[in-house]
Every structure is written in structure tokens, then in C-alpha cells.
Ligand binder design. Sequence first.
Ligand SMILES: C[S@@+](CC[C@H](N)C(=O)[O-])C[C@H]1O[C@@H](n2cnc3c(N)ncnc32)[C@H](O)[C@@H]1O
Length: 396
Amino acid sequence: MLTKSTIATKRKYNVLNVKSAKKVASFWLERAKLENAIGFGLPEVDDRYHIWRVPLVGKTSHERVGEVVIDAYTSLIVEDKSTNPEVLESRLLGRNSHKKTGVRKQNGTYVLSSLRNTIAQGDSEELLQELPAGSVNLIFTSPPYYNARPEYTDYVTYEEYLLKIRKIIQNAHRVLAEGCFFVMNISPVLVRRASRSEASRRIAVPFDMHKLFIEEGYDFIDDIIWEKPEGAGWATGRGRRFAADRNPLQYKPVPVTEYILVYRKHTDKLIDWNIRAHPDKEIVKASRVADDYDRTNIWKITPSHDQRHPAIFPVELAEKVIKYYSFKGDVVLDPFAGIGTVGKAAVKLNRRFVLLEQNPKYVSIIREEAKTWLGKEAKQIHTINCAPIDADNMLF
Ligand SMILES: C[S@@+](CC[C@H](N)C(=O)[O-])C[C@H]1O[C@@H](n2cnc3c(N)ncnc32)[C@H](O)[C@@H]1O
């Protein structure tokens, strides 16, 4: 007879053994604040449905009160098959449950995400399909540049590039919770001339992105300008000709700004709803923004550079976006994670992160960096398409 671990290995599951299944379930119990009242029975793997069932047992009564179901491939909790925390609480107290709490149901009630910190390697268009609907509270990203450097682009035409970004914005819509924000750092792109007889071109990428967001079901909220200190854009060489000749019509300012475009997933509910419906008033209070907030839509921030990646954004920028557009404990997603700046800022501000990145080199850097952000807690990180979770042999 095959053991549970052998079945899991044979099927190439991400959750390989009983210990790993309990670890994943513990995280879920902690989020529901039930870890002191509930323990585990013996987890069973069910390879017809590719799931692990972890029985939940009351610590005082020693009776079974429910179960947590884990997707064996992704290691995500299957929410609609797991016992609702509200029901668990009622069973522990020995009463029937009809009470409505903030624990998440779709359509109108506020849902708390059970996603834990996640790092995934691959194409975010596909990876987004693996995340549960409504499980993310904020998206902040900076997409790959079109043709900024020939070695740094995978797109033959600009239309092909826009189509790829559209699909990602579209798939992100499903995973973003009701009325939550999608913030994108983007700027026009300079396509250098191929020869002296040709003109260089500037493509107004932010305005094309705007169209995609509106068509894919988001409402426009704000355009914030990220202003870099003078000198930051001189390397482009733009404006040199005019500086020498001063002929009208040839005027070309050096770009020292980028856009931070702010969208909200379309909903009939006011932003006020997202604040009032939050189930934990203490968290809402603790997330209030301090007095030194940015009064205008011009944010002055020095750019960051890192030898390991050609196009990172400064952690200060990610921190501003996260503190203005999410609550503590929320899940922040970056579908183009690079070396994980959004993850670093999220942890600093007590949020969870979901980082999707297709380049394995950058994923390794994120996994290494995550140890410094999270310390021992890095062991709890959920990984997709990286080495499997094995509690006996943690990679972090
Ligand atoms: C502008 S960089 C983001 C840098 C990031 N903000 C940081 O601070 O490290 C865009 C990243 O998207 C990644 N990327 C491009 N296409 C992707 C896709 N389809 N799925 C996932 N990642 C992708 C690239 O490898 C690159 O690292």
C-alpha cells in the first residue's frame, strides 16, 4: 500500500506530507485567531481531488469540529470546502451559527483573505488564474517596458505588448477584492531613432494603459506624478540639441517624472464602504496615515538603482502606495515583481505580499531577500512553481 507521502511525491504535489499539511492549516487557523482553541487530527491526502483534508479538533472537547481542505498542488486553502471560521467558533461554543461576521463571503460582505505571503515563478497572466477570487486587497506594479532596451523586451510590436498587459489587468480584476485599488507606475517610452535620417519617437504608454483599465472594469481615481530630482533624466540625452541651437520647435524637455496611475475595481459601493465594512475596527484605526502625508499629487522621490535588476522602483514609492491604499494585514500583489520591492515594503508596513515574477534569477533574489524581511517567518512563505514546500527541508 502506498503511504500518504509516496502518493504526494508520485503526483508531484506541492504539499508533500502530513507535517507540511499541518503547517499550511496552522497558518489558516492563526489568521482566524483560533489556534489556541483548535488542534489537528491526522491529515489525509485524497488524490482523486488532489487535496489534503486536515481534521480540526477542539482542544478542550477533543471532538472534531470541522476540517481545512488544502489544494495539494498549489498549497492554497480551498475556502469553499473548508469549515467557515464562524461555524467553527459556534461549534466550539456549542451553539448554532446564524450570525454574520466580517469573515468573507462574496457579493457585498467584506471578505478577509486567507492568502499567506506568496512567491510565484512564471507568467503572471497564468499565475493569476491560480489565485482565489477576491483574495488580494491592493495591486501595485510597474510593468515591463516596451522596447526600452532591445535585450529587455519580449514584444515584437507595441500592440502585442499592450495585449499582454491587457490580459494581466483582466486576470487581476478577478483576484482583486471588491472596491480595491490597482496602482500602476508607468511612463512614456522613448524609442531611439535607428539612423540619423529618422526621428526618435516617444510612445505615450500611460494613456494607452488608461484605456485598458477603463475597458477592463476599473474606475479612474488619480494620476500622481513621481518627480525625480533634477539630473535624474539627463542620461537620456533628450534636449541636448535644443540646448545647443535654441531653435523653436526643437524644444524637448528632459523627462524627470513618471506616472503613478490609481484605479479602483468598479463597484457601486463608495470607498467609505471598504472602510466601514472592514471586520476589525482596531486594524482600521492602526492603519490611519500619519500627519506627514503627501498633500499634493506630486511626490518627490529619488530613484533607486540595483546592480541586480535594471528597472527597480524605490521602496519609498512602494511604501507610500501601500500605506495610502491598504490596511494593515491586507494582501498586496505585484504581478511584475522584479526583485520584490513591493514585498519588502509590504512586510515593513505589516501587510502580506504576493509576488509574481517570470525571471528565475529575480525569483531567487526575492527568496533570498525574504529571509531578511521576515526572519524565521520566511518558512511560512507559500511558493508556486518554485521548489515544493516541505516542512522537513525548508528552503528558506
Ligand atoms: C519594471 S520590472 C519591475 C521591477 C520591480 N518593481 C522592482 O522594484 O524590483 C518588470 C518585471 O516584470 C517581469 N515580467 C515581465 N513579463 C512578465 C510576465 N508576463 N509575468 C511575470 N513577470 C514578468 C520582468 O522580468 C521584470 O522583472
